[in-house]
Ligand binder design. Structure first.
Ligand SMILES: [Zn+2]
Length: 174
């Protein structure tokens, strides 16, 4: 694993803690959840629709993609984290993540599909899928997210092609 920066890097001291933390979007008493607004509307609007969805989940495009095949999955209803998911959603999570992983692996030349649940942005449950390109050993584990932040944006048509293939693979297993 290698950081995408030249040595020597200088280790920083942790910053003073900020407590209480700023409210995230969609938190109780926080700003409204834009994700809820979009999820309520997309079936009417016909554009900007998710790549795939069912009653529980929506699989979505990312913006500024540097690694084709990066997508994110969100619950259709507003819950914060795994700890808050109703049983029905929690039980359908494993199967849907497996389907998304298989769809991404189907793109080819992918060593592993990383699944990240950060939870530090919007308080509406979502997980990120990052395909680690086959042979990109410097981007193992947490380094993939760092590399993805500094690589140049991938060509629009290459990203769209990967997204279309993932959408088609999801539709095939509906
Ligand atoms: Zn929401």
């Amino acid at each position: 694993m290698t950081l995408p920066y030249a040595e020597p890097l200088v280790a920083l001291e942790p910053q003073p803690r900020v407590i209480p933390e700023p409210l995230r979007l969609g938190e109780p008493d926080g700003a409204p959840c834009g994700l809820c607004d979009w999820l309520a509307d997309f079936e009417q609007s016909e554009h900007d629709a998710p790549l795939w969805y069912d009653d529980n989940w929506a699989l979505c495009r990312a913006s500024g993609v540097t690694i084709p095949g990066v997508v994110w999955l969100t619950s259709r209803s507003h819950h914060d984290s795994f700890a808050d998911l109703p049983d029905k959603l929690a039980q359908s999570y494993g199967p849907v993540v497996g389907r998304v992983e298989r769809a991404i692996l189907g793109l080819g030349d992918i060593a592993r599909v990383h699944v990240y649940r950060w939870g530090d942005g919007n308080a509406h449950f979502h997980v990120w899928f990052y395909p680690r390109p086959l042979g990109m050993l410097e981007a193992k584990r947490e380094m993939l997210a760092v590399w993805a932040n500094v690589l140049p944006e991938a060509p629009e048509e290459v990203v769209a092609d990967a997204e279309a293939k993932i959408a088609a693979a999801m539709a095939e297993t509906d």
